[in-house]
Ligand binder design. Structure first.
Ligand code: SF4
Ligand code: SF4
Length: 598
């Protein structure tokens, strides 16, 4: 629709779209999707004219403001954008709601005076407003010093190379935009375009770090004023991207706008002490203090293990001793501790499978040994490194052969992938995903399985970190094809999956109005996929299971199911992968999956 409006000349005849040569190439193209739209304009655009972002909204006949890169610095209390329900990507009926109000509650006036929400009316990080101009100036200075460190190879020891590559290679073709679930779900809001934050950052770097002259800055459109509103909006913007990296996968040059978002988060955390309290105070700080982000003490953990043994006896009809702190075992299995709190059936299922298969394995009751999470992965290299080292020290002390990560995507990313840059020499301990191991146990018939026990509709959500980051795509499918006769894929899936909308910490971020934002915008694409996948079996009496083998994805999908009443209205529930395996075990008489639980 937008293209045909553009083609019919509405915008062009009014001369409301202008064009700027790319600062890198001098070519016309770039912002606002011009790479996509230019061929449809007749007569063709001229060089040297300025582009308005937000052109799509006007082309669609809405009254949306035009959002330009320079608007990031606007000194206004009004948000740059307020998304309305009408803007959003439609959902299948009967969830195809319309309306001119935002799909999330706006903050009360008193709160707006306290915290920054001038990006989109949402506050993810409860960023306090500076008390005076002097404090604003100080914070802007700190941002600049932090930016210098991000760009310094010595200071940015973890991500300097891919950051520089991502900043320098983008040619503004906008291929990445339509790959981004947040951008598309929001109705293509300019501020959520993958390149918006990146391009703002590039221009700040050009002007304030590379010190391009004022005239050149103006000519190339680099002239963004770095002030407190710009810094505050960038801080919020870093938490409107779930770091899923689907944009990077679609970029012909490998430029990673997700990484740029992550590095912005790092700057704010490491240099300015700004981070969401759920992932910093209640996350890594708590984990470094008590060893586990959920706060479960070692004695409470051991009590949970006893509870798990009771559960196993009840379901399996036999009592086992779950190995804990068994020195020299082959495997140290490490779960996201959220599983013990919210989905204990998942560690129970792993214990049943590992015992039934006769593996040499153990859990650990040492602090750091029963917590796979590492929220530093999402926002802070120093916290990431501190936690990874502690986790590996537990495994070394236990003299196990390897660590195996349970169903937690970001733990895979943090401890298996990124920690490779931190864990050198003897600390570089063997660390693996549970997925190939579980696939071998299921497919090599180490377990007695009866697929008929799983004869209900099952689909798979692919956690981004398994598929896109690590390339683990087939093991989970080998399992599901073996044990679930009605397994069906979401579209798209595998490497092309969409994020659940809870990635990068979003699933546990609930303060202010962020929960409603993630349920309505970042999770919208996944919600649509789930409904479309089950559209022929939506009758609530027909059982449907969304397999989400990651604790954070499971939390986000549970929240989507609750918010849209998918359980009551359509009989949809979610759960892990190990639970489906145990549900299919021939010698477990009772149903392992409890269909009445959410
Ligand atoms: S990040 Fe890649 S896909 Fe996106 S605009 Fe830049 S070059 Fe194009
Ligand atoms: S990482 Fe994902 S959410 Fe972030 S900009 Fe890219 S596609 Fe969008």
């Amino acid at each position: 629709m937008a293209r045909s409006c553009l083609r019919n000349g509405i915008l062009y005849n009014k001369r409301k779209i202008n064009f700027t040569p790319s600062p890198l190439t001098g070519e016309v193209g770039g912002e606002g999707g011009l790479g996509t739209f230019t061929p449809h304009l007749n007569p063709p655009p001229q060089k040297g004219e300025e582009i308005f972002l937000g052109v799509i909204f006007e082309a669609m006949g809405t009254e949306k403001k035009k959002i330009r890169l320079q608007d990031i610095s606007l000194r206004t209390e009004e948000p740059l954008t307020i998304v309305t329900t009408d803007d959003l990507m439609p959902l299948p009926p009967p969830l195809d709601r319309t309306g001119t109000k935002p799909p999330y509650p706006l903050l009360p006036e008193a709160k707006k005076k306290e915290v920054e929400c001038s990006l989109d009316g949402v506050s993810a990080i409860s960023l306090p407003k500076p008390k005076n101009k002097q404090e604003e100036k100080h914070l802007v200075e700190r941002f600049l010093r932090g930016l210098e460190k991000l760009l310094s190879q010595n200071d940015n020891w973890l991500f300097w190379q891919p950051l520089i590559q991502s900043l320098e290679t983008c040619v503004r073709c906008q291929t990445c935009s339509d790959a981004c679930p947040v951008y598309v779900s929001s109705g293509r809001q300019e501020i959520y375009r993958p390149t918006y934050k990146s391009e703002v950052l590039r221009r700040i770097i050009n002007k304030y770090i590379k010190k391009r002259g004022n005239i050149l800055s103006k000519l190339t459109g680099d002239d963004i004023e770095l002030n407190w509103p710009a810094v505050a909006r960038l801080a919020e913007l870093a938490y409107r991207c779930s770091l899923c990296r689907r944009c990077a996968q679609h970029c012909p040059l490998g430029s990673d706008n997700g990484l740029i978002g992550r590095e912005l988060r790092k700057l704010f955390s490491q240099e300015m002490g700004i981070a969401p309290k759920e992932i910093h105070d209640a996350g890594t700080v708590q984990q470094l203090k008590v060893g586990v982000s959920t706060g479960i003490s070692s004695s409470a953990f051991q009590g949970m293990v006893e509870f798990m043994e009771d559960e196993i006896e009840e379901k399996w009809g036999k009592r086992i001793n779950i190995p804990v702190d068994k020195e020299g075992a082959d495997i140290l299995l490490i779960h996201n501790s959220g599983e013990f709190m919210s989905w204990i059936e998942n560690p129970v299922a792993f214990a049943i499978i590992f015992e039934a298969a006769g593996l040499s394995w153990t859990l650990s009751s040492e602090i750091y040994g029963y917590e796979a999470t590492n929220y530093g992965t999402w926002y802070d290299d120093v916290q990431l490194a501190r936690i990874s080292i502690k986790q590996v020290e537990v495994a070394r002390k236990l003299k196990v052969k390897k660590m195996v990560m349970g169903e937690c995507g970001h733990a895979h990313k943090g401890l298996i992938v990124i920690a490779d840059r931190v864990l050198v020499d003897e600390m570089n301990f063997s660390r693996e995903s549970f997925l190939p191991l579980l696939a071998d146990l299921v497919c090599d018939e180490k377990l007695k399985l009866d697929p008929a026990k799983n004869n209900f509709a099952v689909t798979l959500h692919d956690p981004c970190n398994f598929v896109r980051l690590m390339g683990i795509v087939e093991p989970q499918r080998r399992i599901l094809k073996k044990i679930c006769p009605q397994f069906r894929e979401m579209e798209p899936h595998g490497l092309e999956n969409y994020c659940c909308g809870g990635g990068s910490g979003f699933a546990i971020m609930n303060s202010m109005n962020f929960k409603e934002w993630r349920e309505n915008i970042s999770g919208r694409m996944k919600l649509k996929q789930i409904l479309e996948t089950f559209n022929d079996v939506l009758d609530p009496s027909i059982k449907k299971y969304v397999c989400a083998p990651c604790s954070n994805c499971k939390g986000q999908i549970r929240d989507l199911i609750d918010a849209y009443h998918l359980g009551q209205n359509y009989g949809i529930r979610s759960g892990g992968l190990a639970e489906l395996v145990v549900n299919a075990m021939a010698d477990i008489e009772k149903s392992f999956i409890e269909w009445d639980s959410p």
